[in-house]
Design a protein around this ligand. Structure first.
Ligand SMILES: *Cc1c(COP(=O)(O)O)cnc(C)c1O
Length: 421
């Protein structure tokens, strides 16, 4: 093993350049070639084409002198020269990290055991007791609960501001503010943040900006290109993509990732090598899957928007979405999540959901199988009716998370379920 544990010796063609609206930073979306090859060494152990699953907790040393040399060398290297112990690193896991770093255009990535582990460890590391955090509303419910209930116990205060309101974000900054955290697009209303502006506010006030771009993936949005400090993902969703494995990731600069990795070595939310292999395998088809999910999302959103039994649709690819302009100028595609209200009550929404033949009822998103859920029941049942109303979570709200099924089959299925209402 050598120092190129994480690096690739494959020269890949440059990512496709995409013309951006003038005045906005250039962004380079990764392509399918990168999804397949990025981060992987061209020649691997045992001449295996695929990255081997290195199923070990312990890495051994030839003799005590080799151990002495390793410990001495380690003091001078930020990156490991070889592996030592399973909690500190694994070659299969490192292959995923190298691929994710390349796809996001970051210097380093860290793979952790779930999306929540990515969120919780990142925020824990960036803040001390007495610090202040700004979160945008309309975000993953568990992330909000972590900030408002868990971090509060350690003297970290959270201010929640409306997503997309940069003025409100800047006005909420205090001398002890350390982090601005937002999702983009958000769950469930698909609000999209002006990342360039957010990054500029963060830099001006020396506040770190962290964005959860789980709903976009680097195929649709690369937040680091806009000057955002750290990107977090629920790898469970699109990145792994098959509804069969849980993981999370954090991507950013070497300077920010080094202390985060040191904390991770203590916190211990690691991914086992089998799960890492499934993620690596899933990532190879990311470009293809997201392309289809973008197409399914747009076709379904347009269909629903024109249907008399649907009251309102939230999809950033539609003209009437509040963030359509920002999404259009910063994203390549708008993803596979469509949120909408059935023109009726909660019971009618449930009847519609039960009439669908392709999507099954369940949480999560981003995998090859389409999933559907009545949002008020699934993510928000611990809130009072008043709290739900304040968040716009009505009983007739449906979240449809499209998989890679045939577009026309999905449209036909939606039509028959709506017709039967
Ligand atoms: C699912 C999700 C999470 C949490 O990820 P897990 O892998 O379920 O822990 C965080 N953020 C967003 C936007 C999500 O969709």
């Amino acid at each position: 093993m050598s120092a190129d544990l994480r690096s690739t010796d494959t020269e890949l063609p440059a990512a496709s350049q995409n013309g951006m609206t003038s005045g906005r930073p250039e962004t380079r979306y990764p392509n399918s070639t990168q999804a397949v090859h990025a981060g992987e060494r061209r020649y691997r152990a045992h001449d295996s084409l695929t990255v081997p699953i290195v199923q070990t907790a312990v890495y051994t040393f030839r003799d005590s002198q080799a151990l002495v040399e390793y410990m001495e060398e380690r003091m001078f290297w930020d990156e490991p020269l070889r592996e030592e112990y399973g909690r500190y690193g694994n070659p299969t896991v490192r292959a995923v990290e190298a691929k994710l770093a390349e796809l996001e255009g970051g210097q380093e990535a860290m793979l952790v055991s779930s999306g929540m582990a990515a969120v919780t460890s990142t925020l824990l590391l960036l803040m001390n007791s007495g610090d202040h955090l700004i979160m945008t509303d309309d975000c993953y419910h568990t992330t909000l609960a972590y900030c408002q209930k868990f971090l509060a116990r350690y003297g970290i205060e959270t201010t929640v501001v409306p997503c997309g309101d940069c003025q409100a974000i800047e006005a909420a900054i205090r001398p002890n503010t350390r982090v601005i955290f937002t999702e983009s697009p958000t769950n469930p209303f698909m609000r999209c943040a002006d990342l360039a502006r957010l990054a500029e506010i963060g830099h001006r006030h020396q506040v770190k900006t962290v964005v959860d771009t789980t709903f976009a993936t680097p195929m649709n949005l690369r937040a680091l290109d806009y000057g955002i400090d750290l990107v977090v993902h629920s790898v469970t969703k699109y990145l792994a993509g098959h509804n069969d494995v849980m993981a999370g990731a954090v991507i950013g600069s070497h300077d920010l990732m080094t202390p985060l990795r040191q904390a991770h070595n203590m916190l211990g939310c690691i991914v086992d090598p089998h799960a890492a292999y499934l993620i690596l395998r899933g990532l190879k088809t990311l470009a293809l899957r997201v392309e289809r999910q973008n197409a399914n999302g747009l076709a379904v959103a347009r269909f629903l928007a024109g249907h008399p039994k649907v009251r309102k649709v939230w999809y950033p690819g539609l003209d009437d979405h509040p963030d359509h302009e920002i999404a259009r100028s910063t994203m390549r595609g708008f993803g596979g999540v469509v949120t909408f209200e059935i023109d009726g009550d909660g019971a009618m929404a449930h009847r519609f959901i039960d009439g669908l033949k392709i999507p099954t009822v369940g949480p999560s998103l981003g995998g090859v199988e389409s999933l559907v859920s009545p949002i008020a029941v699934l993510g928000y049942n611990d809130l009072s009716p008043e709290e739900c109303q304040a968040l716009g979570i009505r009983d007739e709200l449906v979240r449809l998370c499209l998989g890679i099924e045939d577009t026309q089959d999905l449209l036909d299925d939606l039509e028959q379920a709506l017709d039967r209402l």
